[in-house]
Design a protein around this ligand. Sequence first.
Ligand SMILES: Cc1ncc(COP(=O)(O)O)c(C=O)c1O
Length: 366
Amino acid sequence: MMDEELILLNPGPACTSKRVKDALLRGDLCHREPEFAELLSRIREALPRALNLGGTHEALLVTGSGTAAMEMAVISSVREGRGVIIVNNGVYGDRMIKIAKAHGIPFHEVRSDWTVPADPASVRAALARHPEVDAVVCVHHETTTGLINPIKEIGEVVAGHGALFVIDAISGTAIEDQDLAEVRADVICGTANKGLHGQPGMSFILCSDRSIARIQEVPERSLYLNAASYLKGQRGGDVPFTPAVQVCYALDEALAEFEEAGGFAARTRLYRERAALVRGQFARLGLKVLVDKQFRSNTVTMLHLPESVTYDALHDELKKRGYVVYAGQGQLSKDFFRICTMGEIPWHRLEALEDALGEAIEAARG
Ligand SMILES: Cc1ncc(COP(=O)(O)O)c(C=O)c1O
């Protein structure tokens, strides 16, 4: 094993800077003290600003992984007796369906192949068939395959109908080029530990005025994930339950680092440059990418496993060389693997990936 730090090339939790890790040690703090209220208010202001949504969206923070934000978003957007349209072309679209089922919320699925972006015309047709729905849900970056869905175009369709548009931008925020200010989204789910380079354990939803109004109209479907209690508490500098205080410190620091480094434009440029670098390496190594070039995200590349190489062998050989890669999910687990360039990764370590990957493939060949 090399002496350099292990580089995580999985789609979160991602590597973080020393500054963010050090922030975890700021000290013990009771969340009912004014210092926590200040911290919370700083993060609640910084999150929408970081994503160009300052002034249009309000942040609600929840202690929990990204799935907590997804669940809070869905159950807070649909009134009693109404339903939701779920756009599904991957594991996270599927998860939205599981959430609707778990809460007994009627849903209609707009399904497409895992390698094909969702079609706005299919969403329009579904809205025409089910005009009574309260919301349409779509994943921006389907981490399953590294596929980008056309959320701007789908947002236009949904706005024409009047339903709330809910997006899971968990693996896309601060990574993908699409400026969220141009997307007519009412609820945006995100997490601290992907493109924002914070620590895992906190997630958030960003809410438009329309969705804030809706939060007050929905039934209380969950005690822990009831957005109305977060809204009331957080507007007063409080949270309903014990938060992951130290993870908030780290997010606060990650957001400061993000802004100092040039904000959204600089971070998304970095992700574009990384994608170009590693995808050049994959091409030289003869690795084939599942998703067509024009639909690919800036972080996840879903690659065919080379002949006679199993995922486990490749994973272990690469780990010996300092990199952690990720398996395919669901139907793609046998023949594919994923490489994701998310988090704080020194450029020279990405440059060195080509040799490490080439060697690992040879060593893993059965
Ligand atoms: C698009 C997307 N949505 C939701 C999640 C769920 O996040 P978590 O695993 O943090 O609950 C992930 C995690 O990778 C994701 O990529």
